[in-house]
Design a protein around this ligand. Structure first.
Ligand code: UD1
Ligand code: CA
Length: 462
């Protein structure tokens, strides 16, 4: 097989996005658009990939790293000019070159493969990937002659009325004979409505020189959606989301209301887990089997083992072991690890803390910078006081301990196993095994206090 190269166009600013962020870095379901494109190009198994960067070059290179080589386009003079910047890298190579835009995040490796196959079957020098759009506004139009042979691609802004009426659009993906491509690119001019060097003009130039040009029309327009503004970004996200959610359902996950379930592309979910509507699963979240994720939960880079139950809670960069549960309305922050069968109830916040197996933190509690053993009961409204305004300190609580409600545990602190804290205590010293600590003012009853009140002598009041 002859060598295959890919060029990804990613140098534009993306003016129509009206954004500080460069267009191709905008995310669709948790991954930058240009990363989606590169991932699919990689899956097509090419020999060399070059990404053209300009605006935001450093940010794009940081993101993609050594997965691609880079060509720099200093001024954005058009898509044809952009591809020409790769000449130093692949200009003298023999083979086929796939060109794809960094703003078409929905295209798949399968489609690239089909394009290569069609290009070869037609013996073409240049093949464009097309689709039929109900509304082709903004896209280049594919102009065919009376017998359906492709003649050229015309940009919307340069189109006559008849040309603009054509529904077949240019997806911005092409396959070229590499030598033919660079030869033609040198002949492209910027005599058009936008004063740009259009890559699309290569088609007509190749044809005029006697080369075969072809157009492969894909069946599904939505895959070719180009994102130029935020409206298209939302549309792309919706389509990608549907694709991701469908795959999870096919893999055995129940989504109660897939239309309102937002799952990033890198999230993994094992079969027989149930996810209710209005749930966000983000980043590299991993969920085991037989879990239940209730409405209004948000999981970010979370790891849940099997049989975990989450009720309208937030879990970020935290881990929950099997048969543990949380919520409603609780928050696991980074480095919280919840042990097997442990229970985190309502309105609790847990940060950088390990909670042992079967331990219960049921209500209105903050646990920060702590190691809790197994089978502990933490009462209601307990505060692990971990911060003195300058430094953070750690608290250890041994197995089978009991922390009474409304206690403050002022770190650094060691509570031995089987220790007790009486409710309402402010604990500042370590507690030995089997001891109970009470640290609060002793109760005094002022008997007959009532008699001291003027009210007590007011006949009207009594
Ligand atoms: C382009 C096509 C159009 C096609 C559409 C598909 C041309 C002239 N037009 O239009 O026929 O229907 O894509 O989505 O090619 N870029 C650079 N350097 C530049 C200009 C652009 O790297 O000088 C990059 C952009 O970052 C973007 C891609 O090329 O990723 C496409 O550019 P864009 O301006 O979005 O082209 P469209 O107007 O969408
Ligand atoms: Ca575009």
């Amino acid at each position: 097989m002859s060598s295959r190269y890919a060029v990804i166009l990613a140098a534009g600013q993306g003016t129509r996005m009206k954004s500080k962020l460069y267009k191709v870095l905008h995310q669709v379901c948790g991954r930058a658009m240009v990363d989606h494109v590169l991932t699919q190009v990689e899956a097509a198994g090419l020999d060399q990939i070059v990404t053209i960067v300009g605006h935001g070059a450093e940010a794009v290179e940081d993101l993609l790293g050594d997965r691609s080589e880079y060509a720099f386009q200093e001024e954005q003079l058009g898509t044809g000019h952009a591809v020409l910047q790769t000449e130093k890298i692949i200009g003298d190579k023999e083979g086929m070159t796939l060109v794809v835009s960094g703003d078409t995040p929905l295209l798949t490796a399968k489609t690239f493969e089909k394009l290569f196959a069609y290009h070869q079957a037609k013996g073409a020098k240049a093949t464009v990937l097309t689709a039929k759009a109900d509304d082709p506004t903004g896209y280049g139009r594919i102009i065919r002659n009376d017998i359906g042979i492709v003649e050229k691609i015309v940009e919307q802004k340069d189109a006559t009325k008849e040309e603009a009426a054509v529904k077949e659009m240019n997806t911005g993906v092409y396959c070229f004979d590499n030598a033919t491509l660079f030869n033609a690119l040198h002949q492209v001019t910027n005599h058009n409505a936008q004063g740009e060097y259009y890559l699309t003009d290569v088609m007509e130039i190749v044809k005029a020189a006697g080369g075969i040009i072809a157009a492969y029309q894909m069946p599904n327009f939505s895959e070719s959606l180009g994102v130029n503004d935020r409206v298209a970004l939302a549309k792309a996200t919706q389509i990608m989301q549907e694709r991701i959610n469908t795959q999870h359902m096919r893999d055995g996950v129940t989504l109660i209301d897939p239309a309102t379930t937002h799952i990033d592309i890198d999230v993994k979910i094992a079969p027989d887990t149930i996810v209710e509507g209005e749930v966000n699963l983000k980043g590299h979240t991993e969920i085991g089997s037989d879990c239940y994720i209730g409405s209004l939960s948000e999981l970010v880079d979370a790891k849940l083992h099997d049989h975990v139950h989450v009720t309208s809670s937030t879990v970020e960069e935290a881990e929950m072991m099997s048969h543990s549960d949380i919520g409603p309305n609780s928050h696991l922050r980074p480095k919280a690890v919840i042990g097997e069968e442990a229970h985190i109830g309502n309105f609790c916040e847990i940060k950088n803390a390990t909670i042992g197996a079967r331990t219960k933190v049921g209500h209105l509690t903050y646990v920060g910078d702590a190691t809790l053993g197994t089978d502990i009961n933490v009462g209601c409204g307990v505060v692990f006081v971990n911060y003195d305004g300058v430094q953070k300190f750690h608290t250890n609580v041994g197995d089978h301990s009991f922390i009474g409600s409304n206690s403050n545990l002022i770190a650094p602190l060691d509570l031995a196993q089987h220790s007790f804290v009486a409710a309402g205590s402010t604990i500042t010293d370590d507690i030995p095994e089997h001891a109970m600590a009470i640290a609060r003012a002793r109760q005094v009853n002022k008997n007959d206090y009532w008699q001291k009140l003027p009210l007590a002598h007011d006949q009207n009041w009594l």
